[in-house]
Write a protein that binds this ligand. Structure first.
Ligand SMILES: [Ca+2]
Length: 193
């Protein structure tokens, strides 16, 4: 199970998958203080801050939305947490690979190349629209830290993967009902802002 095969959700097992590192297990156990076997957004925030990077609450909510078991409330069990950690490690690798000038930030061209490199040819106008959220209003070039990079990445990947479910032959066009469209897009919007 990984974020790269289109299956975010786990099968609902309540233990860590084989091969999970001690660090990941330790991070989960450290924040799951009541030993409920699930962590909420506050606990996830704390768990990731110890191992990865400082994440904003927006990113944390988006990640919980993407990784939680749809049959459970908005929280993560060991399986989902392990999947999320492996996904973040993957995004970290992409971030470092495409930060060509080693600035520690991803600029719009680096972002475009990174997304293209993992198979997402997002239209320039759409990318610009997304990046406008991260500008400071001065018109200066936007640069994304890891937190914002993960936000952009999971939104583009998530929405594109949802679209591909309706466009199985990858023609770039799909027919979908109003209901399907709203169900596809709204969860990203409400998790994102
Ligand atoms: Ca850079």
């Amino acid at each position: 199970m990984s974020c790269w095969n289109g299956r975010y959700q786990s099968d609902g097992n309540s233990s860590f998958p084989a091969g999970t590192t001690q660090h990941v297990i330790g991070s989960f156990q450290m924040v799951d203080r009541d030993r409920s076997g699930f962590i909420d957004e506050r606990e996830l925030h704390q768990a990731l801050s110890s191992g990865f990077h400082h994440f904003s609450l927006t990113t944390i909510r988006l990640l919980i939305f993407l990784f939680h078991n749809p049959n459970q409330p908005l929280s993560l069990g060991p399986n989902e947490f392990a999947a999320l950690c492996s996904c973040l490690a993957h995004w970290r690798g992409i971030f470092e690979r495409y930060d060509k000038d080693r600035s520690g930030k991803i600029d719009p061209l680096e972002l475009r190349d990174a997304l293209y490199g993992i198979g997402y040819a997002i239209p320039a106008s759409a990318l610009q629209l997304l990046l406008s959220k991260y500008g400071d209003g001065s018109g200066r070039r936007v640069e994304l830290g890891f937190d914002s990079f993960v936000q952009c990445g999971v939104i583009i990947k998530g929405l594109t993967d949802k679209f591909k479910e309706k466009d199985k032959r990858y023609t770039g066009s799909a027919t979908l009902s109003y209901d399907a469209f709203m169900t596809m897009v709204l969860p990203f919007l409400v998790s994102y802002d």
